[in-house]
Structures are given as structure tokens and as C-alpha cells.
Write a new protein. Structure first.
Ligand SMILES: NC(=O)CC(=O)C(=O)O
Length: 301
């Protein structure tokens, strides 16, 4: 991680709990665009500087769907990339709407195909207010679970896990990235937070079994352990499709206070991120300087 993170400044964040994610990819992309425009043109409060879409927003969520819906992105960190010329329809839309609205955009996640290997990934891309693609995160931990009588899901039937940790710098924060199941692995956030990330954004889609038990608990744990802001953006719940998302897009502050939480329908959640809470949490409960790396190893070293 680059050594000097930008100082955390106050900013406005919007999570789009997107609905109407069906089998028509063109419609899914068009609806996501409409909702980004809606979030950016907010009239009943401050406009967001960062907008977030949910996990798997251009495709139904399911291992059998990923090969059909996957798009080639072809982005490599550090190499020139023009999103306007991307093979991916979704990347072109995300870049253009970020530029049109002049906001930072975490473009949820989409199934991605890497041409050279044929591998498929669950991939989040991030855009600057100028429409540049500035970061890409491939879900590192694949969602393979089997809770008898409740839910069996195996992303690894068609997906490969990513192999890097990712973040991006804005003028108001260093922001760490992950996708959904990644939240169950605290090392990602510990490493990111020790590398200067003050805010973490994870597109996610928990379900009706794990959602009520773990969605808020895990985000609160990551936020409090690392004294960071933590937000996850879910699709809206749709009981007519195969995977029933929990919804409840959420933002938690470094003291573990829930700043905002959606219900389960389509909704845009707006939150102000206030650096004072971050500074007071770290000054009052100084765990960031009390760690005993003489007793246990530093996972970020
Ligand atoms: N969908 C996921 O990746 C994760 C999830 O639903 C869970 O961890 O529970």
C-alpha cells in the first residue's frame, strides 16, 4: 500500500439498494444507471460524493448464471485503460455515469471473464468523477456454504477467487474494497486499516439465513476492531428470483454505531461520514497503538 493516505475529511456517501435485477442484462444496466443519476441529483439533502451499487447488479446471482453474464474488462493496475473503449457494456455505463454526475462510483460487482485464462471472477470496479477506472477488486473468498435445509451455494462451481487486496484514494479518504463473503475474513480489513484505509466499502448480498444473524454483526465487528467506517450495499430482496437477498444496506461508524440502514426494498441510503467520530474513537480507545506484535504477528507486516 502507498504509504501516505489522504486525511479523512467529511463526505456524503450513498448506497443504492438496487431492485429489479432480472434476466435482461441490458435492463439491469439501464436501471442501475437511472438509480445512480437519482442518487446524484438528491434534492432533500447534500449530494453524495461517493455512490455505491450492490454485488452482482447486472446479472441474477447464482453460479450457473455467471458464465452467461460475464463480461471482459481487461483492466490491469498501472497500465493505461480507457473505459469508454472497454469491451464491457457495464464498465462503459459506469464510467460514463460517474463522469456525468461528477461523483466517485463503486460500481457494485459483476461477473468478469479474463480472456487469457478463461477464468471467471466476481469483480468490483471503481471510477473517479472524471470517469477513469481507478481500482478493481475480484472477490477473494468465494461464497461456498452448505447449511442443510437452509442454503447451499457454491460460487467456486464457476468462479475463481481473486488474489489481491485493493483500495483507492479520493480527496476525502482512503477506501478499502471487498465483496460480500470477504467480510467474514477479518485479515482483509486489518491489513487495509493498518495501511491507512479509514473507510471500507463492500458490495454484498447476504441471504435470508445468514443475513439476520451475521450481516450487521460482521460489519460492526470489522468497524470496531479496526476503528473504521464500514458500509455494505446489497441488492433489494426479490422473492421471485432464485437467490433471496437480505437487503438492509448498512453503514457503521468506528464506534459501532449504525449510521443508516435500509429495509429490504429498493432504496437509496444517504450518510454523512464525519471524521470526528474516527478521531475520537482512536484517541479514546487507542487500540491502534496498543497492539502486542511482540506476542502475536502483525498480519499487515
Ligand atoms: N453472498 C455472499 O458472498 C456471502 C453471504 O451471503 C454470507 O457470507 O452469508
Amino acid at each position: 500500500m502507498a504509504s501516505s493516505a489522504p486525511a479523512l475529511r467529511s463526505f456524503n456517501l450513498a448506497l443504492i439498494q438496487l431492485g429489479q435485477i432480472g434476466t435482461d442484462k441490458t435492463k439491469n444496466i439501464a436501471h442501475a444507471r437511472e438509480q445512480v443519476l437519482k442518487a446524484a441529483s438528491r434534492e432533500d439533502g447534500p449530494k453524495p460524493q461517493l455512490i455505491v451499487l450492490p454485488e452482482c447488479f447486472n446479472s441474477p446471482y447464482g453460479a450457473t448464471h455467471f458464465p452467461t453474464y460475464a463480461e471482459t474488462i481487461g483492466y490491469k493496475p498501472g497500465e493505461p485503460y480507457d473505459p469508454a473503449k472497454s469491451e464491457s457494456n457495464t464498465v462503459r455505463m459506469l464510467s460514463s455515469v460517474a463522469k456525468e454526475t461528477g461523483t466517485w462510483l463503486v460500481g457494485g460487482s459483476i461477473p468478469e471473464r479474463e480472456v487469457s485464462t478463461g477464468n471467471l471472477y466476481n469483480t468490483a470496479t471503481v471510477y473517479s468523477p472524471q470517469g477513469e477506472l481507478v481500482a478493481l477488486h475480484r472477490k477473494v473468498h468465494l461464497f461456498d456454504i452448505d447449511i442443510p435445509g437452509k442454503i447451499t451455494f457454491k460460487e467456486s462451481e464457476t468462479l475463481t477467487g481473486g488474489d489481491s487486496l485493493n483500495y483507492f484514494d479520493t480527496e476525502f479518504a482512503r477506501i478499502g474494497l471487498g465483496i460480500c463473503y470477504d467480510v467474514r475474513f477479518p485479515e482483509l480489513v486489518a491489513i487495509g486499516a493498518r495501511g491507512g484505509c479509514q473507510v471500507f466499502i463492500y458490495p454484498g448480498a447476504f441471504n435470508m439465513t445468514t443475513g439476520p444473524l451475521h450481516w450487521q454483526l460482521l460489519q460492526t465487528a470489522r468497524a470496531v476492531d479496526n476503528q473504521v467506517f464500514f458500509g455494505m450495499c446489497s441488492p433489494a430482496r426479490d422473492l421471485s428470483v432464485g437467490y433471496h437477498a437480505w437487503g438492509h444496506s448498512l453503514v457503521v461508524d468506528p464506534m459501532g454505531t449504525v449510521l443508516a440502514e435500509a429495509g429490504h426494498e429498493e432504496e437509496i441510503v444517504h450518510v454523512r461520514i464525519d471524521p470526528q467520530v474516527f478521531e475520537e474513537a482512536r484517541a479514546g480507545i487507542p487500540v491502534t497503538t496498543q497492539r502486542r506484535f511482540d506476542v502475536y504477528p502483525d498480519v499487515s507486516a
